[in-house]
Design a protein around this ligand. Structure first.
Ligand SMILES: C[S@@+](CC[C@H](N)C(=O)[O-])C[C@H]1O[C@@H](n2cnc3c(N)ncnc32)[C@H](O)[C@@H]1O
Length: 272
């Protein structure tokens, strides 16, 4: 697997548009135990890769939840993320695979608003609400223009975010479940969410309780803020950055998008 850590610039770590501490740096270790069973989006990317061919670029790839199945299935896949903790998990997971699989992965440390890859891609994806971490219009536009520049003619760009139906409970602490890690740690996740409707932002506070039979329980906390976006706003934003939305779905079964959908899944191409 090729890695490009030498491109790292220490100034990237102090980005004041992010809430501190960075959720992913703090909780990267616990990400997979919560999200590894989410495979519907990855299946969709695999089916598109089958139609379009590679290479594939996963922006904000985290621990490689989608990137790893893509390289396993024989596609060349590139990924980048701004979190060292998430990329460390990805790298450790890749070590399980033989050299052939590893050679198809290229992973590097970069920011979505400024990434530069030395080629274009048949398929570019930004999975799982990741785009909503970009809080300002300027950063969103820089990111999408960058995507358009890296997309091959005839290629596709897929983004998925939650559909902002804001009737969710606010400020209540909700138990999101309990999981057991391979090392025997029992991890319980609690969340409290607030909405700033004027700024169209939502902040999620995480409380992770980690216990083991032989040790006292410890709690890790972190929070992050997302700028939620309606479908029309996203379509307009993408159009202003050279991306034409071709299809919008409301879930990974590819149901048509409606106001009541849980998700917004957008499939776009480079605008002519
Ligand atoms: C919800 S996770 C998604 C991870 C992975 N794509 C998945 O689907 O499991 C969001 C990821 O976005 C990354 N991220 C947030 N802001 C970023 C930025 N400006 N540039 C690059 N990555 C960023 C985080 O570090 C985190 O790994």
């Amino acid at each position: 697997m090729r890695t490009f850590r030498e491109e790292e610039d220490s100034s990237e770590r102090s980005d004041t548009s992010y809430e501190e501490p960075d959720l992913y740096e703090v909780l990267g270790k616990y990400y997979d135990v919560w999200y590894e069973d989410q495979v519907d989006d990855t299946r969709f990317y695999l089916s598109l890769a089958e139609q379009l061919g590679g290479p594939v670029l996963e922006c904000m790839c985290g621990t490689g939840r989608s990137l790893i199945p893509l390289v396993e299935e024989g596609y060349e896949a590139w990924g980048f993320d701004r979190s060292h903790a998430m990329l460390d998990r990805l790298t450790a997971k890749m070590e399980r695979f033989d050299e052939d699989v590893q050679s198809r992965a290229s992973v590097h440390h970069a920011d979505m608003r400024a990434f530069k890859c030395p080629r274009r891609y048949r398929l570019i994806v930004v999975p799982y609400n990741a785009f909503l971490h970009l809080l300002e219009r300027e950063g969103q536009e820089a990111a999408l223009r960058n995507v358009a520049e890296h997309l091959e003619d005839g290629g596709r760009f897929v983004m998925s975010v939650f559909n902002p139906r804001l009737e969710r409970p606010e400020e209540l602490v909700r138990h999101r479940g309990t999981r057991t890690m391979m090392n025997g740690e029992i991890v319980s996740r609690f969340e409290a969410q607030t909405f700033d409707r004027a700024k169209r932002r939502t902040t999620v506070h995480y409380f992770i309780d980690i216990s083991r039979q032989d040790r006292a329980m410890r709690r890790v906390t972190a929070c992050f803020t997302m700028r939620y976006l309606e479908r029309e706003e996203l379509v307009e934003l993408m159009a202003s950055c050279g991306l034409e939305v071709l299809e919008t779905y409301g879930d990974w079964h590819l149901s048509p998008f409606t106001e009541r959908s849980d998700m917004i899944v957008l499939v776009a191409k480079r605008a002519p």
